[in-house]
Design a protein around this ligand. Structure first.
Ligand code: Z5A
Length: 208
């Protein structure tokens, strides 16, 4: 049986990842493909528990950067090994809302953690496992936060200062420039129908 495709969506908050996942999912299903959508951190019961730990602001303890990094990779190990890899082998396409590039952008760029340390953990968890294609939806963080705020309460990450989100964005853009073959940069500030058309045109070119 042919292996499924692993497609990831990346970008700052409010960039439109969840919205475009629906577009990609419909596109692939219309081609007769079997599709599953998941999110990171999360996607399995254990990984969803870790997600709650990571996202919930608390005032009795503040999470240190190393804990945050290891929890991200603990959740990823669970999702990739126990769900994504088996499903890809069964021929399902997996569309993932955030994946490893988020760690490079948020923990590497945003928090300024040592990239050699991140890469060491990444190697343990992922080895050479990588997405077939990544969409990076780029948006000015101020604009993205406006969209996120409309949803209500802000989570632990969303409470970060704007310079954190600027570093995240810059890291994302640099990664896309360094690997244009696998990371497609799309302007997420454009109207919804334009963003969706760009995503579909890229999938057409990818010839799925
Ligand atoms: N994180 C990390 O630090 N390290 C890691 O390794 C991983 C994650 C994996 C997960 O939060 C947090 O974990 C995230 C990074 C960190 N934190 N932050 N901050 P999450 O999964 O809950 O949140 P998110 O990924 O940032 O999702 P989001 O805020 O929901 O953004 P989105 O999915 O990209 O946007 P959306 O829900 O599709 O759209 C937001 C709103 O904008 C919605 O009302 C849409 O209708 C609207 N929208 C979407 N597109 C458009 C356009 N084009 N025009 C106008 N309006 C639009």
């Amino acid at each position: 049986m042919a292996k499924g495709l692993f497609i990831t969506l990346e970008g700052s908050e409010g960039a439109g990842k969840s919205t475009q996942i629906e577009v990609i999912c419909s596109y692939l299903k219309n081609k007769g493909r079997k599709v599953i959508c998941v999110r990171e951190p999360g996607g399995t019961p254990i990984a969803e528990d870790i997600r709650a730990l990571l996202k919930t602001p608390r005032n009795d303890d503040s999470m240190c950067d190393t804990t945050e990094l290891l929890l991200m990779y603990a959740a990823r190990a669970q999702l990739v090994n126990c769900f994504i890899k088996p499903k890809l082998s069964e021929g399902f396409d997996i569309i993932c809302d955030r994946h490893d590039l988020s760690t490079i952008a948020y923990q590497g760029g945003g928090r300024g953690m040592n990239m050699d340390h991140i890469n060491a953990v990444r190697n343990i968890v992922l080895g050479d496992f990588r997405p077939d294609l990544t969409f990076l939806l780029d948006i000015d963080p101020e604009e993205g936060m406006k969209r996120a705020r409309r949803r209500g309460d802000l989570d632990r990450f969303e409470q970060s200062k704007m310079d954190f989100f600027i570093r995240v964005r810059n890291t994302y853009i640099r990664c896309a420039q360094e690997d244009p073959e696998h990371i497609v940069l799309i302007d997420g500030a454009q109207p919804l129908d334009v963003v969706s058309a760009n995503v579909i045109s890229c999938l057409d070119k990818f010839n799925v």
